[in-house]
Design a binder for this molecule. Structure first.
Ligand SMILES: Nc1ncnc2c1ncn2[C@@H]1O[C@H](COP(=O)(O)OP(=O)(O)OP(=O)(O)O)[C@@H](O)[C@H]1O
Ligand SMILES: [Mg+2]
Length: 503
């Protein structure tokens, strides 16, 4: 099934999200779709999948113009989308999620759950998408949740499948598996669109590349001959530096001192198993590791979102092991959480409200009785400009920002306060190459001003680029420590895989 988007234009009030876009999606092909944050990728694909209606232009399927009056029509026409932010029901099983809305019915119009399970298993086997149909969504890793989204789309017989930043939340191992899946879908004759901010990924897996900038198609890349640097320049309209520039660190006093920390996870299993380390003023400490090795729980304990069962945390010489998240925050600990939608922003609040979410009681913003809104709006406008959060107004709802711009909003808020320590989890998740360059620069500036910085990231490049010291976490413990700039990717990778760790 071949799909042609012809002359698509979409406006949101004064914002032109797509402007006269022409794009063809062919069967048996993976089309890589690139573009900076807010370029209009998700909007364009939401139009294709019937969530939005274009203001101008046509969707043509196998030569016939179609008119989608909602996602149901697009699904019926064979178009499926795996969204940037998953849309599964956390407390339902895999099978229940897959058949949601199109349940097979048995006797007395009851849900035939056996049939549902069987159908899920059939699709799993056919495309190598292994997953237990009885597993509860919230209890399985993100990589598997994504498989469920793919099975859901296949269950509705999609011939065209759009993947909106599928790899942003995956471990390297899961990315490799995902590439296997998307290739097998291509070989089965499906037409695929793959959106990502990781340029090497499109170069590896795409057959063709199209680049959007400010709502328009600005060029094509050829996966066989294009380079990262060319694609980056096409995306953002200027050359991008991929390496972080920094002077040698000048570590001062200890800012954060973690001693023999033990933390349990959601299921009451030991997630952090006796971790000790310190972060000094003026240094960046990076924690490398494959997702799920205790990093999340460690950060939650440090930022006050989860009580440790043993051990202590001191911040600037004070024991804060039992202090609330707000107390830590007030005393100068900033936090960029790993999941922006769950704990970074409130989507139905506007940008300015989100900017002062945790500082509104500050003298700067509050008289003690009233909030100083004009000051809040003015300061938000400045920060939004500094961090290049793409929006036409500080009164826009955070929900209406593109995914990467939501992330930039969180980073901007946390980096623009007067802080002593930054705890950043996956700080550049979903952010385009140009903005990554800027965020990294600001993190290094924060270090050079004497803040302590703790970075937790599953992106090894990011850890290696930023860190003065690198700690590797494996199964709840710190299994290796490296001097930044000295260790090779191989060495760190091996430690991440548990080589040399006591079993
Ligand atoms: N529902 C909406 N209401 C208002 N503006 C919107 C809405 N959805 C998107 N926009 C705006 O349209 C533009 C394009 O956003 P879109 O989400 O398509 O970007 P994107 O290319 O997917 O970016 P990212 O890489 O950050 O995900 C942005 O300026 C965004 O703020
Ligand atoms: Mg998007």
């Amino acid at each position: 099934m071949e799909v042609e988007l012809r002359g698509i234009t979409k406006r949101f009030g004064p914002v032109v999200a797509n402007s006269d876009v022409n794009l063809t999606i062919r069967p048996g092909e993976i089309l890589g779709l690139l573009g900076e944050n807010g370029a209009g990728k998700t909007t364009l694909m939401n139009i294709l999948s019937g969530l939005y209606r274009a203001d101008e232009g046509e969707i043509i399927i196998d030569g016939k113009t179609v008119d989608f009056d909602g996602p149901g029509d697009a699904i019926a026409a064979g178009i499926g989308m795996v969204h940037q932010h998953f849309m599964l029901v956390p407390v339902f099983t895999v099978a229940e999620n897959v058949v949601l809305g199109v349940e097979p019915v048995g006797a007395l119009d009851r849900l035939d759950i056996e049939a549902a399970r069987r159908q899920v298993t059939d699709i799993s086997t056919q495309y190598g998408l292994e997953v237990d149909p009885n597993a509860i969504i919230e209890e399985i890793p993100v990589g598997l949740q994504q498989r469920v989204e793919i099975i859901k789309v296949l269950f509705r017989s999609a011939d065209v499948i759009v993947f909106d930043e599928p790899t942003a939340v995956l471990t390297p191992q899961e990315v490799t598996e995902f590439f296997g899946i998307i290739r097998s879908l291509r070989d089965a004759g499906k037409a695929l669109v793959f959106i990502t901010h990781k340029l090497h990924e499109v170069l590896e897996v795409a057959d063709r590349i199209s680049v959007l900038r400010a709502g328009q198609i600005v060029g094509e890349g050829d996966p066989k001959t294009s380079t990262d640097a060319e694609l980056a320049e096409l995306m953002v309209g200027r050359p991008v530096r991929f390496t972080v520039e920094k002077s040698p660190r000048k570590p001062g006093e200890t800012v954060l001192d973690v001693k023999d920390l033990h933390v349990l996870n959601e299921r009451d299993e030991v997630a952090v198993d006796g971790v000790s380390f310190e972060v000094r003023s003026g240094e960046v400490v990076g924690i490398a590791g494959v997702q799920g090795n205790g990093q999340t729980e460690l950060v939650e304990a440090i930022t006050g979102l989860r009580m440790p069962i043993e051990g202590t945390i001191a911040f600037e010489g004070h024991d804060i092991t039992r202090a609330s998240a707000r107390e830590r925050h007030r005393s100068g600990m900033a936090h960029i959480p790993e999941d922006r939608q769950r704990s970074g922003i409130i989507g139905t609040f506007n940008i300015a409200e989100n900017m002062v979410l945790d500082t509104y009681y500050d003298d700067r913003y509050s008289s003690g009785i009233n909030l100083r809104w004009p000051d809040i709006y003015r300061s938000t406008a400045e920060i939004v400009t500094d961090f290049d959060v793409r929006t036409n107004s500080v009164f826009s709802l955070a929900n209406h920002l593109s995914g990467g711009n939501q992330q930039k909003l969180v980073v901007a808020r946390e980096l623009s306060r007067d802080i002593k320590m930054m705890v950043a989890s996956q700080p550049t998740r979903g952010v385009d190459v140009g903005s990554i360059e800027y965020i990294h620069k600001r993190i290094i500036e924060s270090r050079d001003e004497g803040d302590g910085v703790l970075i937790v990231s599953t992106e090894l490049d990011e850890i290696m680029g930023l860190s003065d010291r690198i700690l590797v976490m494996f199964r709840g413990r710190i299994v290796a420590e490296f001097e930044g700039g000295k260790a090779g990717i191989q060495e760190i990778g091996l430690a991440m895989a548990g080589a040399g760790a006591a079993a």
